[in-house]
Design a protein around this ligand. Sequence first.
Ligand SMILES: Nc1ncnc2c1ncn2[C@@H]1O[C@H](COP(=O)(O)OP(=O)(O)OP(=O)(O)O)[C@@H](O)[C@H]1O
Ligand SMILES: [Mg+2]
Length: 308
Amino acid sequence: MDDAISIRQLSKRYDSGFEALKHVDLDIRRGEIFALLGPNGAGKTTLIGCVCGIVRPTGGTIVVNGHDAATAYRQTRAEIGLVPQELTTDAFETVWNTVTFSRGLFGKPRDDAHIRRTLESLSLLDKRDDRIMSLSGGMKRRLLIAKALSHEPSILFLDEPTAGVDVELRQEMWRIVRELRRAGVTIILTTHYIEEAEEMADRVGVINHGELILVEEKTELMHKLGKKQMSLELTEQLQSIPDALNRYQLELIDDGNVLVYTYDTHGARTGITPLLQELNEAGIRFRDIHTTQSTLEDIFVSLVKSPP
Ligand SMILES: Nc1ncnc2c1ncn2[C@@H]1O[C@H](COP(=O)(O)OP(=O)(O)OP(=O)(O)O)[C@@H](O)[C@H]1O
Ligand SMILES: [Mg+2]
């Protein structure tokens, strides 16, 4: 019960017969920012919908702060704020009324001080009496966050919070999300932007074709990304790597014409200098060197390009 959300074997088959989620297991830790990455149609919104009680799962269980989402819907829903992917708002209502009304929907007593604080933290307080239709796109997005926070949830879902927004607004969203985390809110955001996951997340999950194919600490992931490869094009084909070079764990590719050395850019020493020296001593000559570094994007692309 230490996790904010615990999902087991979650499956969703839509009436069309389409399997949008396939046996997903996922635990969201209290207080973390979890980024769910995945291409269009991967199942991100469906997953969120299941946790928020908007989509009815066809299998599995979801426990939110100890409440079973299937049997204790109201308690579960009260723990959650949802900023939906699609912007839908009642255009004629004012900012203040919209947020106050949202809180009322959850049966929470009126609390003007909380609404004030929420609007203030989202730089919307001076717009409190404005009608929604008069707000800019960025303000509307902030309003959706204010609505989602109106009933003081401990968990906030942001479904593509920065899709199609400009750089400035994206950074502002990131700032808001960080502030919320500092205030103790657990945050799950979905995104197409790898950069966003890199910037924001404590942990990253990758979903594709309804399957969760990777969940990892971002730092761990970044560590893997910190690996670089140096390829040496040899002047003469090599049959095998001399034993004296074993400690470098070299790889011989392209019929013995290229020697590949993988090293850690985060390490104090890369080992390149002694390697080159030892190659020289072993009489191995090369005509060209190039280095490559895998990015989160490479990992993502290689993960999601595999067929369903
Ligand atoms: N009501 C529905 N009936 C049938 N299929 C649906 C329904 N809603 C979603 N799907 C399908 O389920 C799959 C997952 O959709 P979902 O909206 O969860 O993806 P997503 O990862 O959020 O994508 P995006 O990045 O485009 O928002 C898609 O193939 C979609 O067409
Ligand atoms: Mg979606």
